[in-house]
Design a protein around this ligand. Structure first.
Ligand SMILES: [Zn+2]
Ligand SMILES: [Zn+2]
Length: 177
């Protein structure tokens, strides 16, 4: 299925790498659409076939409004959420809450791939971050009252957008949410 680029409106084309087809805005803004779980396959430098997505040709005349919210190219009527890809808070990506797909602008995949060498490193960094910033407070809230526990649960739930790969319910060392 052809996808219209959510950033510039150009028609995307499919590029198949290692058995997975990615929709790229070749000859437009150079962005890439990742269906659910596709980004995980190419977001680290060890995933060598991801290199093949780093050279999407861009039309330098294409205008992209980087502040505009974008519609999911797969889900009618759904606006994607913009959030940081990881706790390092360097790269902001658009994610569809409905289908779980991601839109990355030109150059963002390269930045994402430079952040972590492996899934293990990603998890270690995320774990340390959550424990430092939130862990103790959330654990305390959870133990204080039912109302506080509910609030802690909501905060923990919201945090999953900062690092989806980290958020596995019940898996946090500082308490099950
Ligand atoms: Zn585009
Ligand atoms: Zn969607």
């Amino acid at each position: 299925m052809t996808v219209e680029c959510p950033a510039c409106g150009h028609a995307t084309t499919e590029r198949t790498i290692d058995g997975t087809s990615f929709d790229v805005c070749a000859g437009g803004c150079g962005g890439i659409w990742f269906d659910w779980h596709e980004l995980e396959r190419v977001d680290e430098p060890g995933e060598a076939h991801g290199e093949l997505l780093l050279d999407v040709p861009v039309d330098p005349g294409t205008v992209v409004d980087h502040d505009a919210r974008r519609a999911c190219p797969r889900c009618p009527g759904i606006t994607m959420m913009r959030h940081y890809r990881s706790v390092k808070r360097r790269v902001e990506v658009d994610e569809c809450a409905s289908c779980g797909g991601y839109w990355l602008d030109a150059g963002e995949l390269r930045q994402v791939r430079e952040q972590f060498r492996s899934d293990d490193e990603r998890r270690q960094v995320a774990r340390a971050y959550f424990e430092d910033v939130f862990g103790r407070d959330l654990a305390k809230m959870r133990d204080e009252s039912a109302e506080q526990a509910e609030q802690a649960h909501r905060i923990a739930h919201a945090l999953r957008f900062l690092c989806p790969s980290y958020y596995l319910p019940g898996d946090q060392e500082w308490g099950a949410f």
